[in-house]
Design a protein around this ligand. Structure first.
Ligand code: B12
Length: 323
Protein backbone atom coordinates (compact mmCIF):
# COMPACT_ATOMS: atom_id res chain seq x y z
CA UNK A 1 0.00 0.00 0.00
CA UNK A 2 1.86 3.10 -1.11
CA UNK A 3 -0.84 5.66 -0.51
CA UNK A 4 0.18 8.11 2.21
CA UNK A 5 -2.44 9.38 4.55
CA UNK A 6 -2.50 11.99 7.28
CA UNK A 7 -3.75 10.89 10.67
CA UNK A 8 -7.24 11.76 11.85
CA UNK A 9 -8.12 13.58 15.02
CA UNK A 10 -11.79 13.82 15.92
CA UNK A 11 -12.65 12.52 12.49
CA UNK A 12 -10.68 15.23 10.68
CA UNK A 13 -7.60 14.36 8.63
CA UNK A 14 -4.87 16.62 10.00
CA UNK A 15 -2.37 15.70 7.32
CA UNK A 16 0.57 15.93 9.73
CA UNK A 17 3.14 13.30 10.67
CA UNK A 18 1.56 10.08 11.90
CA UNK A 19 1.23 9.71 15.65
CA UNK A 20 1.79 5.97 15.88
CA UNK A 21 0.65 5.81 19.50
CA UNK A 22 -2.73 7.34 18.67
CA UNK A 23 -3.38 5.01 15.71
CA UNK A 24 -5.62 5.65 12.71
CA UNK A 25 -9.31 6.40 13.04
CA UNK A 26 -11.88 4.11 11.44
CA UNK A 27 -12.58 6.76 8.78
CA UNK A 28 -8.92 7.04 7.82
CA UNK A 29 -8.50 3.26 7.58
CA UNK A 30 -11.71 3.00 5.55
CA UNK A 31 -10.37 5.62 3.13
CA UNK A 32 -7.04 3.84 2.89
CA UNK A 33 -8.62 0.48 2.10
CA UNK A 34 -11.36 1.90 -0.08
CA UNK A 35 -14.20 0.36 1.96
CA UNK A 36 -16.99 2.00 3.97
CA UNK A 37 -16.36 2.73 7.66
CA UNK A 38 -19.51 0.75 8.45
CA UNK A 39 -17.92 -2.27 6.71
CA UNK A 40 -14.93 -2.07 9.07
CA UNK A 41 -17.25 -1.92 12.07
CA UNK A 42 -19.11 -4.98 10.74
CA UNK A 43 -15.85 -6.91 10.27
CA UNK A 44 -14.91 -6.07 13.86
CA UNK A 45 -18.28 -7.06 15.29
CA UNK A 46 -18.82 -10.16 13.17
CA UNK A 47 -15.33 -11.58 12.68
CA UNK A 48 -13.35 -10.01 15.51
CA UNK A 49 -10.93 -8.30 13.13
CA UNK A 50 -10.67 -4.73 14.36
CA UNK A 51 -8.52 -2.37 16.36
CA UNK A 52 -6.57 -3.95 19.17
CA UNK A 53 -6.73 -0.70 21.12
CA UNK A 54 -9.33 1.98 21.73
CA UNK A 55 -8.48 5.54 22.71
CA UNK A 56 -10.28 7.35 25.50
CA UNK A 57 -13.95 7.65 24.72
CA UNK A 58 -13.83 4.13 23.20
CA UNK A 59 -13.07 5.45 19.69
CA UNK A 60 -11.50 2.84 17.48
CA UNK A 61 -7.79 3.39 16.77
CA UNK A 62 -6.05 1.05 14.35
CA UNK A 63 -2.33 0.30 14.77
CA UNK A 64 -0.11 -0.53 11.76
CA UNK A 65 -0.45 -4.25 12.65
CA UNK A 66 -4.27 -3.95 12.70
CA UNK A 67 -4.18 -2.25 9.31
CA UNK A 68 -1.87 -4.90 7.86
CA UNK A 69 -4.38 -7.58 8.93
CA UNK A 70 -7.26 -5.64 7.38
CA UNK A 71 -5.31 -5.26 4.14
CA UNK A 72 -4.87 -9.04 4.03
CA UNK A 73 -8.60 -9.51 4.66
CA UNK A 74 -9.55 -6.97 1.99
CA UNK A 75 -7.29 -8.53 -0.63
CA UNK A 76 -8.65 -12.00 0.05
CA UNK A 77 -12.23 -10.72 -0.21
CA UNK A 78 -11.48 -9.09 -3.55
CA UNK A 79 -10.12 -12.44 -4.72
CA UNK A 80 -13.45 -14.01 -3.79
CA UNK A 81 -12.73 -15.64 -0.42
CA UNK A 82 -15.73 -15.88 1.94
CA UNK A 83 -15.50 -13.17 4.65
CA UNK A 84 -15.25 -15.57 7.61
CA UNK A 85 -12.39 -17.47 5.98
CA UNK A 86 -10.64 -14.26 4.89
CA UNK A 87 -10.83 -12.92 8.47
CA UNK A 88 -9.49 -16.19 9.91
CA UNK A 89 -6.48 -16.16 7.54
CA UNK A 90 -5.85 -12.46 8.20
CA UNK A 91 -5.99 -12.95 11.99
CA UNK A 92 -3.60 -15.93 11.74
CA UNK A 93 -1.11 -14.09 9.51
CA UNK A 94 2.20 -13.55 11.32
CA UNK A 95 2.56 -9.93 12.53
CA UNK A 96 4.89 -8.05 10.22
CA UNK A 97 5.06 -11.12 7.96
CA UNK A 98 5.60 -10.77 4.23
CA UNK A 99 2.70 -9.20 2.35
CA UNK A 100 0.41 -11.67 0.59
CA UNK A 101 1.20 -12.03 -3.07
CA UNK A 102 -1.82 -11.07 -5.17
CA UNK A 103 -4.08 -13.98 -5.83
CA UNK A 104 -2.56 -16.40 -3.32
CA UNK A 105 -3.89 -17.50 0.00
CA UNK A 106 -1.88 -16.98 3.17
CA UNK A 107 -0.84 -19.76 5.51
CA UNK A 108 -0.34 -22.53 2.97
CA UNK A 109 -3.13 -21.64 0.56
CA UNK A 110 -5.95 -22.50 2.90
CA UNK A 111 -8.18 -20.07 1.03
CA UNK A 112 -8.79 -21.17 -2.55
CA UNK A 113 -8.11 -17.91 -4.34
CA UNK A 114 -5.99 -17.21 -7.39
CA UNK A 115 -6.75 -20.56 -8.98
CA UNK A 116 -10.22 -21.14 -10.40
CA UNK A 117 -11.12 -17.46 -10.27
CA UNK A 118 -12.76 -17.73 -13.72
CA UNK A 119 -16.06 -19.01 -14.98
CA UNK A 120 -19.50 -18.31 -13.59
CA UNK A 121 -18.62 -20.02 -10.30
CA UNK A 122 -15.13 -18.51 -10.01
CA UNK A 123 -13.88 -16.83 -6.87
CA UNK A 124 -13.33 -13.51 -8.63
CA UNK A 125 -16.91 -13.56 -9.89
CA UNK A 126 -18.13 -14.27 -6.36
CA UNK A 127 -15.95 -11.45 -5.02
CA UNK A 128 -17.39 -8.85 -7.40
CA UNK A 129 -20.92 -10.17 -6.88
CA UNK A 130 -20.48 -9.96 -3.12
CA UNK A 131 -19.16 -6.39 -3.32
CA UNK A 132 -22.11 -5.51 -5.57
CA UNK A 133 -24.66 -7.04 -3.20
CA UNK A 134 -23.06 -5.10 -0.32
CA UNK A 135 -23.30 -1.91 -2.45
CA UNK A 136 -19.58 -1.50 -1.74
CA UNK A 137 -18.71 0.86 -4.60
CA UNK A 138 -14.98 1.23 -3.86
CA UNK A 139 -14.47 -2.56 -3.66
CA UNK A 140 -16.41 -3.01 -6.92
CA UNK A 141 -14.33 -0.28 -8.55
CA UNK A 142 -11.08 -1.94 -7.45
CA UNK A 143 -12.15 -5.35 -8.73
CA UNK A 144 -13.31 -3.95 -12.07
CA UNK A 145 -10.20 -1.85 -12.60
CA UNK A 146 -7.91 -4.76 -11.68
CA UNK A 147 -9.63 -7.08 -14.16
CA UNK A 148 -9.59 -4.49 -16.96
CA UNK A 149 -5.89 -3.71 -16.41
CA UNK A 150 -4.89 -7.36 -16.18
CA UNK A 151 -7.12 -9.00 -18.80
CA UNK A 152 -8.23 -6.28 -21.18
CA UNK A 153 -11.82 -5.34 -21.92
CA UNK A 154 -13.06 -8.40 -23.84
CA UNK A 155 -11.84 -11.00 -21.37
CA UNK A 156 -12.83 -9.00 -18.28
CA UNK A 157 -16.31 -8.45 -19.78
CA UNK A 158 -16.87 -12.09 -20.79
CA UNK A 159 -15.38 -13.81 -17.78
CA UNK A 160 -16.15 -11.45 -14.93
CA UNK A 161 -18.65 -8.70 -15.68
CA UNK A 162 -21.20 -10.69 -17.72
CA UNK A 163 -21.48 -13.56 -15.18
CA UNK A 164 -22.04 -11.03 -12.38
CA UNK A 165 -24.58 -9.01 -14.41
CA UNK A 166 -26.44 -12.14 -15.42
CA UNK A 167 -26.46 -13.40 -11.83
CA UNK A 168 -27.94 -10.12 -10.61
CA UNK A 169 -30.44 -10.19 -13.49
CA UNK A 170 -31.54 -13.70 -12.45
CA UNK A 171 -31.99 -12.52 -8.89
CA UNK A 172 -34.11 -9.61 -10.07
CA UNK A 173 -36.22 -11.95 -12.20
CA UNK A 174 -36.77 -14.29 -9.25
CA UNK A 175 -37.55 -11.72 -6.57
CA UNK A 176 -37.93 -8.24 -8.09
CA UNK A 177 -35.04 -7.28 -5.81
CA UNK A 178 -31.60 -5.81 -6.65
CA UNK A 179 -32.52 -2.87 -8.89
CA UNK A 180 -30.29 -0.73 -6.61
CA UNK A 181 -27.48 -3.23 -7.14
CA UNK A 182 -28.00 -3.14 -10.92
CA UNK A 183 -27.79 0.64 -10.85
CA UNK A 184 -24.63 0.88 -8.75
CA UNK A 185 -22.81 -1.92 -10.58
CA UNK A 186 -23.73 -0.28 -13.89
CA UNK A 187 -22.43 3.10 -12.68
CA UNK A 188 -19.14 1.53 -11.55
CA UNK A 189 -18.70 -0.40 -14.81
CA UNK A 190 -19.52 2.66 -16.93
CA UNK A 191 -16.99 4.73 -14.97
CA UNK A 192 -14.19 2.20 -15.27
CA UNK A 193 -14.85 1.40 -18.95
CA UNK A 194 -14.69 5.12 -19.68
CA UNK A 195 -11.15 5.15 -18.27
CA UNK A 196 -9.88 2.97 -21.13
CA UNK A 197 -7.92 5.52 -23.17
CA UNK A 198 -8.88 6.18 -26.79
CA UNK A 199 -6.34 5.05 -29.39
CA UNK A 200 -3.55 7.58 -29.92
CA UNK A 201 -3.35 6.87 -33.65
CA UNK A 202 -6.73 5.32 -34.62
CA UNK A 203 -6.75 2.78 -37.44
CA UNK A 204 -10.00 4.26 -38.82
CA UNK A 205 -10.37 7.63 -40.55
CA UNK A 206 -14.18 7.61 -40.66
CA UNK A 207 -16.04 6.93 -37.42
CA UNK A 208 -17.75 3.83 -36.10
CA UNK A 209 -21.07 4.87 -34.52
CA UNK A 210 -22.35 2.96 -31.49
CA UNK A 211 -25.91 3.46 -30.24
CA UNK A 212 -28.70 1.84 -28.30
CA UNK A 213 -32.07 1.38 -30.02
CA UNK A 214 -34.76 3.98 -29.24
CA UNK A 215 -35.94 3.71 -25.59
CA UNK A 216 -33.27 1.11 -24.83
CA UNK A 217 -31.72 2.01 -21.47
CA UNK A 218 -29.40 -0.99 -21.25
CA UNK A 219 -26.30 0.72 -22.58
CA UNK A 220 -23.49 -1.17 -20.84
CA UNK A 221 -22.71 -3.41 -23.84
CA UNK A 222 -22.12 -0.42 -26.16
CA UNK A 223 -19.79 1.11 -23.58
CA UNK A 224 -17.92 -2.20 -23.32
CA UNK A 225 -17.75 -2.30 -27.12
CA UNK A 226 -16.37 1.25 -27.32
CA UNK A 227 -13.66 0.35 -24.79
CA UNK A 228 -12.84 -2.93 -26.56
CA UNK A 229 -12.59 -1.13 -29.91
CA UNK A 230 -10.30 1.47 -28.32
CA UNK A 231 -8.01 -1.35 -27.21
CA UNK A 232 -8.08 -2.64 -30.80
CA UNK A 233 -7.04 0.79 -32.12
CA UNK A 234 -10.46 1.85 -33.41
CA UNK A 235 -11.97 5.21 -32.42
CA UNK A 236 -15.73 4.92 -31.88
CA UNK A 237 -18.37 7.61 -31.51
CA UNK A 238 -20.57 6.47 -28.64
CA UNK A 239 -24.10 7.88 -28.66
CA UNK A 240 -25.20 5.87 -25.61
CA UNK A 241 -28.65 4.86 -24.33
CA UNK A 242 -32.09 5.51 -25.89
CA UNK A 243 -31.01 7.07 -29.18
CA UNK A 244 -34.12 8.19 -31.11
CA UNK A 245 -34.21 7.09 -34.74
CA UNK A 246 -34.00 10.66 -36.14
CA UNK A 247 -30.97 11.34 -33.94
CA UNK A 248 -29.12 8.26 -35.20
CA UNK A 249 -30.09 9.19 -38.76
CA UNK A 250 -28.74 12.72 -38.25
CA UNK A 251 -25.47 11.36 -36.79
CA UNK A 252 -25.07 9.09 -39.81
CA UNK A 253 -25.56 12.03 -42.22
CA UNK A 254 -23.26 14.26 -40.17
CA UNK A 255 -20.34 11.85 -39.80
CA UNK A 256 -20.44 9.48 -42.82
CA UNK A 257 -19.45 6.46 -40.70
CA UNK A 258 -17.71 3.28 -41.79
CA UNK A 259 -20.00 1.22 -39.59
CA UNK A 260 -23.02 1.63 -37.32
CA UNK A 261 -23.73 -0.70 -34.40
CA UNK A 262 -27.14 -0.74 -32.66
CA UNK A 263 -27.81 -2.59 -29.38
CA UNK A 264 -31.19 -3.86 -28.22
CA UNK A 265 -31.49 -5.66 -24.88
CA UNK A 266 -35.25 -6.13 -24.73
CA UNK A 267 -37.85 -7.20 -27.30
CA UNK A 268 -39.72 -3.90 -26.88
CA UNK A 269 -36.80 -1.95 -28.38
CA UNK A 270 -35.58 -4.37 -31.05
CA UNK A 271 -37.95 -3.60 -33.93
CA UNK A 272 -36.13 -4.64 -37.13
CA UNK A 273 -38.33 -2.34 -39.26
CA UNK A 274 -36.68 0.70 -37.69
CA UNK A 275 -33.32 -0.31 -39.12
CA UNK A 276 -34.72 -0.13 -42.65
CA UNK A 277 -35.58 3.53 -42.03
CA UNK A 278 -31.95 4.56 -41.45
CA UNK A 279 -30.50 6.72 -44.27
CA UNK A 280 -28.07 5.44 -46.87
CA UNK A 281 -24.71 7.18 -47.16
CA UNK A 282 -21.88 7.21 -49.64
CA UNK A 283 -19.65 5.30 -49.34
CA UNK A 284 -22.09 2.88 -47.71
CA UNK A 285 -21.67 1.91 -44.08
CA UNK A 286 -21.91 -1.53 -42.53
CA UNK A 287 -24.94 -1.92 -40.23
CA UNK A 288 -24.30 -4.33 -37.36
CA UNK A 289 -26.71 -5.22 -34.52
CA UNK A 290 -26.30 -7.04 -31.21
CA UNK A 291 -28.30 -7.96 -28.14
CA UNK A 292 -31.08 -10.39 -27.27
CA UNK A 293 -33.80 -7.84 -28.13
CA UNK A 294 -33.56 -8.22 -31.93
CA UNK A 295 -35.86 -10.64 -33.69
CA UNK A 296 -33.09 -12.17 -35.75
CA UNK A 297 -35.35 -13.89 -38.25
CA UNK A 298 -36.89 -10.55 -39.25
CA UNK A 299 -33.71 -8.52 -39.74
CA UNK A 300 -33.20 -6.92 -43.19
CA UNK A 301 -30.69 -8.88 -45.30
CA UNK A 302 -28.27 -5.95 -45.28
CA UNK A 303 -27.91 -6.08 -41.48
CA UNK A 304 -25.20 -8.19 -39.83
CA UNK A 305 -26.12 -9.62 -36.40
CA UNK A 306 -23.35 -10.45 -33.92
CA UNK A 307 -23.73 -12.60 -30.81
CA UNK A 308 -20.83 -11.66 -28.56
CA UNK A 309 -18.46 -8.83 -27.74
CA UNK A 310 -15.64 -10.70 -29.47
CA UNK A 311 -17.74 -11.08 -32.61
CA UNK A 312 -18.73 -7.40 -32.56
CA UNK A 313 -15.08 -6.33 -32.26
CA UNK A 314 -14.06 -8.74 -35.06
CA UNK A 315 -16.86 -7.50 -37.33
CA UNK A 316 -16.18 -3.80 -36.71
CA UNK A 317 -12.41 -4.11 -37.12
CA UNK A 318 -12.46 -6.47 -40.12
CA UNK A 319 -12.55 -3.62 -42.64
CA UNK A 320 -9.31 -2.06 -41.39
CA UNK A 321 -6.85 -4.92 -42.01
CA UNK A 322 -4.38 -6.08 -39.41
CA UNK A 323 -3.32 -3.67 -36.63
C1 B12 B 1 -27.59 -3.66 -15.75
C2 B12 B 1 -29.07 -3.86 -16.00
C3 B12 B 1 -29.92 -2.77 -15.92
C4 B12 B 1 -29.39 -1.35 -15.74
C5 B12 B 1 -28.84 -0.84 -17.09
C6 B12 B 1 -27.77 0.21 -16.93
C7 B12 B 1 -27.06 0.47 -18.20
N1 B12 B 1 -26.61 1.70 -18.35
O1 B12 B 1 -26.85 -0.40 -19.05
C8 B12 B 1 -30.67 -0.60 -15.26
C9 B12 B 1 -30.67 -0.59 -13.74
C10 B12 B 1 -30.85 0.81 -15.78
C11 B12 B 1 -31.75 -1.56 -15.73
C12 B12 B 1 -33.06 -1.18 -15.82
C13 B12 B 1 -34.09 -2.06 -16.10
N2 B12 B 1 -34.00 -3.37 -16.35
CO1 B12 B 1 -32.30 -4.28 -16.52
N3 B12 B 1 -30.84 -5.40 -16.44
C14 B12 B 1 -29.58 -5.16 -16.28
C15 B12 B 1 -28.76 -6.46 -16.36
C16 B12 B 1 -28.38 -6.90 -14.95
C17 B12 B 1 -27.51 -6.40 -17.24
C18 B12 B 1 -27.79 -5.76 -18.61
C19 B12 B 1 -26.65 -5.97 -19.56
O2 B12 B 1 -25.74 -5.16 -19.64
N4 B12 B 1 -26.67 -7.13 -20.30
C20 B12 B 1 -25.65 -7.50 -21.24
C21 B12 B 1 -25.19 -8.95 -20.96
C22 B12 B 1 -24.52 -8.95 -19.60
O3 B12 B 1 -26.31 -9.81 -20.89
P1 B12 B 1 -26.97 -10.53 -22.17
O4 B12 B 1 -27.43 -9.57 -23.17
O5 B12 B 1 -27.97 -11.52 -21.64
O6 B12 B 1 -25.72 -11.31 -22.81
C23 B12 B 1 -25.84 -12.32 -23.79
C24 B12 B 1 -25.63 -11.83 -25.20
O7 B12 B 1 -26.19 -10.58 -25.44
C25 B12 B 1 -24.12 -11.84 -25.37
N5 B12 B 1 -23.40 -10.62 -25.04
C26 B12 B 1 -22.93 -10.26 -23.84
N6 B12 B 1 -22.29 -9.10 -23.93
C27 B12 B 1 -22.32 -8.68 -25.20
C28 B12 B 1 -21.79 -7.56 -25.82
C29 B12 B 1 -21.98 -7.37 -27.19
C30 B12 B 1 -21.44 -6.14 -27.86
C31 B12 B 1 -22.71 -8.34 -27.93
C32 B12 B 1 -22.92 -8.15 -29.40
C33 B12 B 1 -23.22 -9.47 -27.30
C34 B12 B 1 -23.02 -9.65 -25.94
O8 B12 B 1 -23.67 -12.83 -24.49
C35 B12 B 1 -24.67 -13.21 -23.53
C36 B12 B 1 -24.94 -14.69 -23.63
O9 B12 B 1 -25.64 -15.01 -24.77
C37 B12 B 1 -29.81 -7.40 -17.05
C38 B12 B 1 -29.60 -8.89 -16.82
C39 B12 B 1 -29.11 -9.59 -18.10
N7 B12 B 1 -29.03 -10.87 -18.12
O10 B12 B 1 -28.81 -8.96 -19.08
C40 B12 B 1 -31.14 -6.82 -16.59
C41 B12 B 1 -32.34 -6.96 -17.53
C42 B12 B 1 -31.93 -6.76 -18.96
N8 B12 B 1 -33.20 -5.87 -17.08
C43 B12 B 1 -34.44 -6.17 -17.08
C44 B12 B 1 -35.48 -5.31 -16.66
C45 B12 B 1 -36.87 -5.93 -16.55
C46 B12 B 1 -35.23 -3.97 -16.36
C47 B12 B 1 -36.27 -2.93 -15.91
C48 B12 B 1 -37.56 -2.94 -16.72
C49 B12 B 1 -36.58 -3.15 -14.44
C50 B12 B 1 -35.32 -3.18 -13.61
N9 B12 B 1 -34.67 -4.35 -13.47
O11 B12 B 1 -34.92 -2.16 -13.12
C51 B12 B 1 -35.54 -1.60 -16.06
C52 B12 B 1 -36.01 -0.79 -17.24
C53 B12 B 1 -35.00 -0.46 -18.31
C54 B12 B 1 -35.58 0.07 -19.59
N10 B12 B 1 -36.71 0.73 -19.58
O12 B12 B 1 -34.96 -0.10 -20.62
C55 B12 B 1 -34.70 -7.60 -17.57
C56 B12 B 1 -35.22 -7.61 -19.02
C57 B12 B 1 -36.26 -8.68 -19.21
C58 B12 B 1 -36.66 -8.73 -20.67
N11 B12 B 1 -36.11 -9.71 -21.38
O13 B12 B 1 -37.39 -7.91 -21.14
C59 B12 B 1 -33.28 -8.23 -17.35
C60 B12 B 1 -32.94 -9.38 -18.33
C61 B12 B 1 -33.25 -8.73 -15.90
C62 B12 B 1 -34.13 -9.97 -15.71
N12 B12 B 1 -33.57 -11.16 -15.70
O14 B12 B 1 -35.33 -9.82 -15.58
N13 B12 B 1 -31.26 -2.79 -15.99
Amino acid sequence: MNRTLGYAIDGRDMGGPPDREAGLSVGAVAQRLGVAASTLRTWDRRYGIGPTRRSTGAHRRYTPADIARLEVMHRLLLSGAPPGEAARVALDAPPGGPPLPRGHGAGGNRVPVGAATRGPEGAEVRGLARAAMALDGPAMGDAVRTALGRDGVVRAWNELFVPVLEGIGRRYAASGDCVDVEHLLSAVLLGRLAEVPPPVRPRNARPVLLACAPEEQHSLPVHALAAALAEAGIAATLLGARVPEPALAAAIRRTGPNAVFVWSQTAETGAPARLGALPASRPPYRLVVGGPGWARDRLPASVTPVASLDEAVAELTSMYGRP
